[in-house]
Design a protein around this ligand. Structure first.
Ligand code: TRP
Length: 373
């Protein structure tokens, strides 16, 4: 076991999601609450059924208000430090379902300022370029341009900065240190920066000039920001933001979040070619198979640790029946690792083939999504 580290800037080690719920002080996403969400949404989603989203803050409050006809907005985002990979898109796929199902406005923050401040090697020009590049991957998922608003921080600074200073005034250095682990070596831009990610939690209320509660679908590493935002909300007269948290898509190499810094080969980018997809999965996807075909047939594989199976479960095989068949065939030894990998490779190649087309189309529509002030 390698030590678990989960902060907004670093995710590594073997991740214990139960422990995270305790440490972060979030709530379990119970079956009962999932049913309530499905009822309000009018449909189910495999990421809920499989507990890919497993934790929340006040989702029950958001659903109750939604049921009463009160306004709600969705908020999520992306830190543009490089190419988009499949793990980044996991919460966005679910966000698309939520937006369609709830008919809510959606705010998408792209934090080029954050990545400039926290990555010594990145220039301001570079993070801005990545911001508009990554936006294409988000738009490509088919969000409704009339209800979806993309914020690129340095290009929406007037509004965000004016909100952020109000938030920042209510957050002490000792609480920022406790929540984010800042030290005296942290640059002062970073110390202030959490106020910028908290600002969109209240932006719908500001823009619509009435109380709009936000619901944030995001991976759990972003939760520390919501803690800060929820603390200051009553002090500023806004509704507390609510959140629904996902697990991470594991790296091809095995447990721990898929991270570009671990290596280009354990990550699949949205711009990878079909050949690259095949090569990466064949060569690098951690396998739950046995040492020899004979042994595999006898003892069966271990889908619980097999990354290809996990990717199918978490993101790429929405059909429960098909997934169950794969699980059983692999576990019994009927299906070999190569066959399992071939299923995943085909799924991802198809997904990316379509995604790349949509990504190109998105270039023409980019302007319709970008919020300007
Ligand atoms: N800090 C996030 C990242 O580095 C980007 C982000 C901004 C975000 N606002 C968000 C992510 C809201 C999820 C939800 O990726």
């Amino acid at each position: 076991m390698t030590k678990m580290v989960v902060t907004p800037w670093e995710v590594s080690g073997d991740i214990d999601y139960e422990k995270l719920i305790k440490e972060f002080g979030t709530q379990h996403l119970t079956d009962e609450l999932i049913k309530k969400l499905e009822k309000e949404a009018g449909s189910s989603h495999f990421m809920l059924r499989r507990k890919v989203f497993f934790s929340h803050r006040d989702l029950d409050v958001a659903l109750k208000e939604y049921d009463e006809g009160k306004p709600i907005a969705l908020y999520t985002g992306r830190g543009p430090s490089g190419k988009t990979h499949l793990g980044h898109m996991l919460p966005w796929v679910f966000t698309k379902y939520l937006q369609d199902a709830l008919g809510a406005n959606l705010y998408f923050q792209i934090t080029d300022d954050e990545k400039f401040l926290c990555k010594p090697e990145l220039s301001k020009e570079k993070t801005k370029t990545w911001a508009y590049d990554n936006a294409l991957d988000f738009i490509a998922l088919g969000f409704n341009p009339k209800k979806t608003f993309i914020i690129v921080d340095t290009d929406y600074a007037k509004t965000l900065y004016n909100m952020a200073i109000q938030i920042a005034k209510k957050v002490t250095a000792s609480s920022a240190k406790a929540v984010f682990g800042f030290t005296n070596e942290t640059n002062i831009g970073m110390m202030f920066w959490p106020a910028m990610q908290a600002a969109p939690c209240f932006l719908p209320s500001v823009l619509e000039k009435r109380n709009v509660r936000t619901l944030i679908p995001a991976a759990i590493d972003q939760d520390p920001y919501w803690r800060i935002a929820r603390d200051v909300a009553p002090k500023l007269g806004y509704p507390k933001t609510t959140a629904i948290h996902s697990i991470f898509l594991p790296s091809l190499a095995g447990p721990g979040k898929m991270s570009t810094s671990v290596g280009q080969n354990t990550t699949i980018f949205t711009t990878d070619t079909p050949e690259q997809v095949e090569e990466k999965i064949m060569k690098y996807a951690f396998s739950g198979g046995r040492g020899s075909i004979k042994e595999h047939r006898e003892k069966g594989g271990v889908p619980e640790v097999d990354v290809s199976y996990q990717w199918l479960r978490i993101m790429f095989e929405p059909d429960d029946k098909k997934l169950k068949e794969i699980y059983e065939d692999y576990k019994s030894g009927k299906m070999l690792t190569g066959e399992l990998k071939a299923i995943l490779i085909e799924k991802i190649q198809k997904f990316l083939e379509n995604h790349k087309k949509e990504r190109e189309r998105a270039r023409k529509n980019l302007d319709k999504f970008i919020l300007k002030d």
